[in-house]
Design a protein around this ligand. Structure first.
Ligand code: F0G
Length: 351
């Protein structure tokens, strides 16, 4: 009879809701904080993974979406819209169903993972594939929300950030204090903004003794915050973070500078190496974009930037099942055997 109630009920006093806000929830949040044994050994630190792929639609977006859809419903919206590299659209589509609303999603044509497209479809979203990248989709979504009766639920909507900051609360509640370092993949930069807000609030209210340094990692082909300029034609295999002009640019820079952290880039090769390490050595299957945080931590450790003995949390943002192509690609095909124990044993190397 005691299950996690979702982030609005669990953190109601820290969120902009009232008794009359209709709570639209799939019981998001309350995700596992998993000690990472191999990463801890490699870095000489105490590394934990915040496994956001365990959310109801398989990514951290659900934390923001329960807030965005609840507030949209409170304000009487009948339809919501978002631009997305896939996860936001999957989440918006699911929460819109719960709220009895119509959802419209704009995705970059040919550049979203199949699992995410499947989610938007099965939840009944109206999907448009835009002949452009995510940044173009966001421009279009903003224009539509300004001129038509449809509420924007991207992270430029501040209640999305409010919902997503609860992940930082959960981490401090579990560890008893803030970590020394928090590591995140960065795309549109809403999540690093949200975590930093959460950590700041808890420290201000005396629920943590300090705030972590925020380390963000972008994919090399989509690293505007590292370059210091908009990337016109972003590229990376980590389609979730294929973004050239992050909406929360200034907030991400503020999180970096106020926390004494940094934002760096990781190559697709480094992302895929971390992706395989997480699955094969930690037992945690994430989507490629999520592995950017871990790739970044390993890169920083190799560069001697990680002092041993620190407590580090890496957020892994989305579930590996959303984009399984990378798990299958390059892996040996399983062999086929007859229904025969001796043959099976021999093929498995047991005999
Ligand atoms: N990881 C995953 C799995 C994501 O889906 C995203 C963003 C990020 C990291 C980066 O987070 O944008 O807050 O810096 N996905 C958005 C979407 C853009 O449309 O689903 P961010």
């Amino acid at each position: 009879t005691h299950q996690w109630r979702g982030i609005i009920e669990e953190y109601r006093d820290r969120l902009p809701v009232t008794d009359t806000t209709p709570v639209v929830t799939l019981r998001e949040g309350g995700t596992p904080l998993v000690p990472a044994q191999v990463l801890s050994e490699r870095t000489g630190c105490e590394v934990h993974l915040k496994v956001e792929g365990a959310n109801p639609t398989g990514s951290f977006k659900d934390r923001g979406m329960t807030m965005a859809i609840s507030k949209a419903k409170e304000e009487g919206a009948k339809a919501v819209i978002c631009a997305s590299t896939g996860n936001t659209s999957a989440s918006a589509a699911a929460y819109a169903v719960r709220a009895g609303m119509v959802s419209a999603v704009l995705v970059p044509q040919g550049k979203i993972a199949l699992g995410k497209m499947g989610q938007a479809l099965v939840h009944g979203a109206k999907i448009l594939q835009v002949d452009g990248n995510f940044d173009d989709c966001l421009t279009l979504a903003r224009a539509l929300s300004e001129n038509y009766p449809v509420a924007l639920v991207n992270s430029v909507n501040p209640v999305r950030i409010e919902g997503q900051k609860t992940a930082a609360f959960e981490i401090v509640d579990m560890l008893g204090d803030a970590p020394d370092i928090h590591v995140l993949p960065v795309g549109n930069a809403g999540n690093i903004t949200a975590y930093w807000k959460g950590y700041r609030e808890y420290a201000t209210d005396g629920l943590a003794t300090h705030r972590p340094r925020m380390w963000g990692f972008q994919a090399s082909g989509s690293a505007p915050l590292v370059r210091g300029e908009v990337v016109k034609d972003p590229s990376t295999i980590a389609t979730a973070i294929r973004i050239g002009n992050p909406a929360s640019w200034d907030y991400a820079i503020a999180a970096r500078d106020e926390s004494g952290g940094f934002i760096d880039e990781v190559t697709d090769r480094e992302i895929l190496r971390a992706y395989r390490l997480l699955a094969a050595q930690e037992g945690v299957f994430v989507e490629p974009a999520s592995a950017a945080s871990v790739a970044g931590l390993l890169k920083a450790a190799e560069q001697g930037k990680v002092d041993p003995g620190q407590r580090i949390v890496c957020t892994v943002t989305g579930n590996g099942l959303k984009d399984p192509d990378w798990a299958v690609a390059g892996a040996p095909q399983p062999v086929t055997v007859p229904v025969d124990a001796a043959t099976a044993a021999e093929r498995l190397g047991l005999a």
